[in-house]
Design a protein around this ligand. Structure first.
Ligand code: ATP
Length: 256
């Protein structure tokens, strides 16, 4: 994938990966290696300049309606209530769009259930600016999930949060995944987060990014936060850190 024509920035090269249906994968790598680019290609927000992206057996040729997305910034609409923000994809994505008017009460109930699951019961009628950053991020996760996406693309969704809120949301994310089993691709800089949440961690090289290694995470679910302090868990985090630092050294060598 190259941005800006033939002389432009080569963001990804030979970036090949397979993700199974219902798998939870985390993507980690040096800053600027092309992680967000990978997300844009998989969701069809950008067309690749070379190669193909296949989701659910079909080549991606435009924005994917089976995908839910959440980013570092919650991007809620300030003039809509939390409930109305969460329900936004239902106004856009079929078959929900068609059914929304007739089945509004059911969709509202589903929205409330989801808000309860993430600890936001009672905040349905509030506006985003009346909520903390962590609460807005919870609402934005609900918006990513409301249409039951088979594919959930998360681009550093917990990156801007304090450590306690972040850990709370890991457990929310784990509960959501266990309840609905979507395929998840999570981009993160936080290696502990990657190991805690994912079945498999993919490590990218420095730009132009490609997958250089992968690590299966052996822990059954539900995982508990106290496991993150155990020696075996920390050894996996260190192993990933070493891989990324090797990848970054490659970047310095390439730049010379
Ligand atoms: N729209 C764009 N136009 C031109 N170049 C871009 C564009 N988006 C990204 N790039 C370039 O592509 C490369 C990869 O960017 P990308 O945002 O995918 O990396 P990243 O791994 O997500 O970065 P970070 O870890 O810092 O968030 C970078 O060199 C970036 O400058």
């Amino acid at each position: 994938m190259r941005y800006g024509g033939v002389e432009g920035t080569l963001a990804l090269r030979h970036a090949t990966l397979d993700v199974a249906d219902g798998e939870f994968v985390a993507v980690v790598g040096p800053s600027g290696c092309g992680k967000s680019t990978l997300m844009r290609l998989v969701t069809g927000l950008w067309p690749p300049t070379e190669g193909t992206v296949i989701v659910a057996g079909r080549e991606v040729s435009g924005p994917l309606s089976i995908a839910g997305m959440a980013f570092q910034n919650p991007t809620l609409l300030p003039w809509r209530t939390i409930q109305a923000n969460v329900m936004l994809p239902l106004e856009v994505v079929q078959p929900h769009r068609r059914q929304l008017r007739a089945q509004r009460a059911e969709y509202v109930a589903k929205t409330r259930d989801l808000l309860r699951l993430v600890g936001l019961a009672g905040f349905e009628a509030k506006f985003p600016w009346q909520l903390s950053g962590g609460m807005q991020q919870r609402a934005s996760l609900c918006r990513a999930l409301i249409h039951d996406p088979r594919l959930l693309m998360l681009d550093e969704p917990f990156g801007a949060l304090d450590v306690f809120t972040r850990e709370d949301l890991w457990d929310v994310m784990q509960a959501v995944w266990m309840a609905k089993k979507p395929t998840v691709i999570l981009v993160t800089h936080d290696l502990k987060e990657a190991v805690y949440l994912a079945d498999r961690v993919l490590i990218m090289s420095a730009r132009p990014g490609r997958i250089i290694a992968e690590r299966h995470i052996p822990y059954p679910r539900p995982r508990r936060l106290d496991q993150t302090y155990e020696a075996e868990f920390q050894a996996i985090v260190h192993e990933l850190r070493d891989r990324i630092s090797e990848a970054r050294k490659g970047e310095v060598a390439d730049a010379r």
